[in-house]
Design a protein around this ligand. Structure first.
Ligand code: ZN
Length: 301
């Protein structure tokens, strides 16, 4: 009898221990894996094998809706491209969405796979929009949980004509001659308390405010004083301003080296954005919110 109770207690401890571990472990969020490296800013990274398998599954399940190709190879790894042409002959917009430019911002890629799963059979999206999606532009950066390319270059500074890295050039070549209306590049900012949008143009105030009004206000990056414009201090050097929030969750940057500037300057995109997820929000919520924010940008276009 006593042996029985001891065994039951032992099992209970095991189960409880496992649940606590599973809850605290970022790997419990689908597509992310835990990493244990003190030199890294975050303790999770994308699980590329799981990502490829989820995407391959969609391609097999929806062969007429979801066209998967290898746009090119880099560092011996495929860079995936997904085309979902509109079911209409006159779509409202051509949309390009990218993630994984910074390999240590895994939530962008994880959320973009969720976006794919949501839109593939949803008539609200499929009837009116052409989609071109690159879920993991910098696969070796994602595999190694590194912001940089293997040569130490920040990919999101290499899109200015004449300053392309090899990867940038391959990416540009894969889109040669194509035009888009809406461009979204998904990132993650660990230290920021809320999500925010970095616009590549000034003349889209009503659209962006409409998008942000349609999502939960609790997760939007706001000025702590309620005053705007708000100079967001740099995390490492508070005397330097990283961004200026012109209203809750909204900032502008005309930096020519970024992917969003390439969308605008070379692909004809009239509405081009970097979206930054907040690193300070619980991971499952963060991933879900990021997906909904992207879908809201499309829906409102
Ligand atoms: Zn980034």
């Amino acid at each position: 009898m006593l042996r029985h109770i001891v065994l039951k207690l032992y099992i209970l401890v095991l189960v409880l221990g496992f649940s606590v571990h599973a809850y605290a472990d970022p790997a419990c969020t689908a597509l992310l894996r835990s990493i244990h490296d003190q030199t890294k800013l975050v303790n999770y990274a994308i699980d590329l094998d799981k990502m490829y398998s989820r995407i391959n599954h969609l391609a097999a399940k929806y062969p007429n809706e979801f066209k998967l190709s290898h746009a090119f190879e880099y560092d011996g790894m495929p860079v995936l491209r997904i085309d979902m042409p509109s079911r209409s002959t006159s779509p409202k917009a051509r949309v390009i969405i990218t993630a994984g430019v910074h390999g240590n911002e895994a939530i962008g890629t994880a959320s973009l796979v969720d976006v794919l799963e949501d839109i593939v059979q949803n008539p609200k999206f499929r009837n009116h929009y052409d989609f071109v999606i690159y879920p993991a532009i910098n696969p070796s950066g994602l595999a190694e949980n590194s912001r940089y390319l293997r040569n130490g270059v920040d990919l999101n500074r290499t899109f200015k004509p004449g300053e392309e890295s090899n990867l940038t050039q391959l990416f540009k070549d894969s889109l040669k001659g194509e035009r888009f209306d809406l461009g979204i590049d998904m990132h993650e900012a660990y230290t920021k308390p809320g999500f925010f949008v970095i616009k590549a143009q000034e003349d889209d105030k009503a659209y962006v405010e409409g998008v942000l009004a349609g999502v939960d206000q609790n997760y939007i990056f706001k000025s702590p004083t309620g005053q705007y414009p708000y100079n967001v201090p740099n995390t490492k050097n508070p005397n330097v301003t990283s961004y200026v929030l012109e209203s809750p969750g909204v900032t502008v940057s005309m930096n020519q080296g970024t992917l969003k500037s390439f969308f605008k300057e070379e692909l004809g995109v009239s509405h081009s954005y970097t979206l930054e997820a907040s690193g300070q929000i619980e991971l499952t919520t963060r991933q879900e919110y990021f997906k909904n924010l992207v879908l809201k940008f499309v829906e409102n276009f």
